[in-house]
Design a protein around this ligand. Sequence first.
Ligand code: AP5
Length: 213
Amino acid sequence: MRIVLFGPPGAGKGTQARLLVERRQLRHVSTGIILRRAIREQTPVGQKAKLYMDEGKLVPGRLVRALAEEAISLVGNDHFILDGYPRTLEQAQWLTEYLNRHHVPLHAVVSLQVPEEVIVDRLSKRRVNKKTGENYHLDFSPPPPDVDPALIYRRQDDEPEAIRKRLEVYRRETEPLEAYFRAEGCLYPVRGVGEMDEVYERIEEVLRATEPV
Ligand code: AP5
C-alpha cells in the first residue's frame, strides 16, 4: 500500500500517520520530521532548512527531493505513508517520475479537509514531545501527567506569524496539487474534523476501497 496524506498544516496528517503505522504497520515518511531531525543534528541541510522553516516558508525543492526519495527508497518503495511531500507541482512531478521509474504507483492521495479556524486552533495549541516526537493538543489530547514537562515544547513554526505564513504558502503552492492528483485519478477527499478515531475510520474506508487484493 502506497499513500500520500495530503492537507494543510495542522490538518492532522502526522496524527493519522501515527495511527496508520500502529494499526496497519505502514512506514511513515515525513519530510517535516526528516528536516527537523536534520536541524537538531545541525547537518548542512538542516542549517539551510531552518532559515525557511522557522518562518513558515517552503524549503528549496531540490533539498527536499533528495531527502524524500532517499527515505522512500529506504522503506523499500512500498508500504509507506508519505506526509508533507509533495508540496509543489514540481515536487509532484518529481514524485510521479520516481514512482514510475520504480513501477510503484500510488494507491491513494487522502486529502484531509479541515476549515481554517480549526487549523489555527490546532496549531496554536499543539505541543510536541522532544523525545518521542508525539504531538499533543492542549484541549483534546494534553500531555499525560507522567511526561516530564521539560520535554514538552511548542514548534517555532506554530507561532502566530509562522502559522499565517504557512497557510498562505499552502493555499498558493500546495492546494493546487489536488487538481493534479484528481487528474491522475487517485485523489480521495476525507473530512478531517471530529474525533481522531472517527477521522481514522474515514481514511480506512478509502484504503479498503483502494488497496490491492
Ligand atoms: P511539516 O512538518 O510537514 O508540517 P505541516 O505540513 O505544516 O503539518 P503539521 O505538522 O503542522 O500538521 P499535521 O497536518 O501533521 O497535523 P498534526 O497531526 O500535527 O512541515 C514543516 C515545514 O517543513 C514546512 O513548513 C516547510 O518549511 C518544511 N517542509 C516539509 N516538507 C517540505 C516539502 N516537501 N517542501 C518544502 N518544504 C517542506 O495535528 C496538529 C494538531 O492538531 C496536534 O496538536 C494534534 O494533536 C491535533 N489534532 C489532530 N487531529 C485532531 C482531531 N481530529 N481533533 C482534534 N485535534 C486534532
